[in-house]
Ligand binder design. Structure first.
Ligand code: PA5
Length: 427
């Protein structure tokens, strides 16, 4: 199970000007505990439906059948075309669970409409050996639709009779242009449940289909998410990590003016989980001109050499969420190879260095009265990533109730999309 350590937000850890008393935090959690039930009760309606995703065994079976069929094609690459909630969750799964170097098949996510970047990928891969998964809930988003057009053009030019087998669409079951094109062309399609918003969709077909085809153990991912959901449902308020984290964030923002949240994993593979969380928090809570801690992403130890100066001595307006991995999958160690000037590194494992760096940073920040919490993750595997994603989604749903906003809409984003379409239509 994951563990939340919040010693460094308490008055005893960082002083009374910036810290919260244990009693105040506990009382706030008890007062807000009914929200846990509200989130669970709302499972059947609205955006809270994301809680049901780990139970979808028929989707698992369908994806298994798809994986069997597709294995015959021996794809070298799986290229996903999607943006925002339709790509960030998958990117997080990819970096956490597939490792930094190319896999077979190689999973590539194109989540921007950047000409050079797109061309850099499409001109270097063998598209005859590539499966393209187009993901768009609305089925009308400019970026994935344009990219789909470019790819279709390339595939038709190569093989007009056979291009359709290179596509899978993941979209709304009824609405949108992508659904219409898919129906007309007879393309394999998966549904995005209508009530699930993009940023809460990673455990739906949006994340699961490409993740599974790329070799991620999606059954364990869902099992982990389910375990976390059940634990959060039945926890006491004082031990519920989603409730405590939401309460800390809310109190830090409202009572201590910490209106920024930095997510800083000490693990490169978790960096993109931080980017996924950035969207989850920003689009869910940043509303009404008044609410929403600004999320920032950082990476330990890398950003100790980039951002830490600001975190330690700049404005004291941030809450830092560290992620600490307790057991790494591999752990290179050093013999007596370095000179005595830096000899303290000899006979150490790499995990000891990263962990000491994390401890040093969190302690030094606490000494400077800078609030920080740590999520301890036993290891980065599918089960624990499932737990982590569910923890964050549940926490943001609770935060939405605390701030009294509609967690699941994003009117500010829609307006920009409309203007862009108008501009393109009139040019
Ligand atoms: O979280 C959201 O709802 C958004 O970020 C969307 O996912 C994003 O705008 C892409 O939309 P669509 O999936 O409709 O193409």
């Amino acid at each position: 199970m994951l563990h939340l350590n919040y010693t460094n937000i308490l008055k005893t850890g960082i002083g009374s000007k910036h810290g919260i008393s244990d009693k105040a935090l506990r009382n706030f959690c008890i007062k807000n505990n009914p929200y846990v039930k509200d989130v669970m009760r709302s499972k059947k309606k609205g955006g809270y439906d994301f809680l049901n995703l780990p139970d979808n065994t028929s989707l698992l079976a369908k994806i298994k059948r798809l994986a069997n069929e597709q294995s015959k094609n021996e794809w070298q690459n799986i290229v996903v075309l999607g943006i925002g909630g339709s790509s960030l969750g998958l990117s997080a799964l990819k970096s956490a669970l597939l490792g930094p170097l190319s896999q077979k098949p190689r999973l590539i996510v194109i989540d921007n409409i950047d000409p050079d970047y797109t061309e850099g990928i499409l001109s270097r891969i063998n598209i005859s050996k590539t499966l393209f998964i187009v993901i768009s809930k609305s089925g009308t988003t400019v970026e994935p639709m344009f990219l789909y057009g470019i790819v279709k053009q390339m595939l038709v030019a190569k093989n007009p009779k056979n291009y359709k087998k290179h596509f899978i669409f993941i979209t709304d079951p009824k609405k949108g242009l992508l659904r219409k094109i898919g129906k007309e062309e007879g393309i394999t399609m998966f549904d995005i449940p209508p009530k699930i918003g993009g940023r809460f969709s990673v455990l739906s077909s949006v994340g699961l289909v490409p993740a599974s085809l790329a070799g991620i153990d999606i059954a364990s991912l869902l099992k982990g998410a389910k375990t976390m959901r059940e634990a959060l449902k039945s926890s006491l308020p004082e031990t519920n990590p989603a409730l405590i984290l939401a309460s800390v964030q809310f109190l830090m923002d409202r009572k201590k003016s910490k209106n920024m949240t930095v997510v800083m994993p000490y693990s490169t593979s978790l960096f993109k989980v931080g980017l996924w969380y950035r969207q989850l928090l920003a689009e869910s809570i940043g509303k009404n001109k008044k609410t929403g801690p600004t999320p920032l992403s950082a990476l330990g130890t890398t950003d100790q050499h980039s951002m830490l100066q600001l975190f330690a001595e700049g404005p004291n307006d941030k809450l830092i969420i560290f992620m600490r991995v307790l057991k790494h999958m591999s752990d290179p160690s050093l013999n007596e190879v370095l000179p005595k000037e830096i000899g303290f590194l000899n006979n150490k494992k790499m995990s000891q260095i990263i962990d000491a760096s994390y401890l040093g940073t969190s302690e030094s920040l606490a000494k400077a009265n800078r609030p920080n919490v740590t999520i301890e993750i036993p290891k980065v595997d599918a089960r624990h990533i499932g737990m982590l994603l569910m923890l964050f989604e549940f926490q943001v749903a609770l935060l939405g109730l605390m701030y009294k906003v509609d967690t699941f809409n994003q009117p500010g984003v829609e307006e920009g999309k409309i203007i862009t379409k108008e501009l393109l239509s009139n040019s």
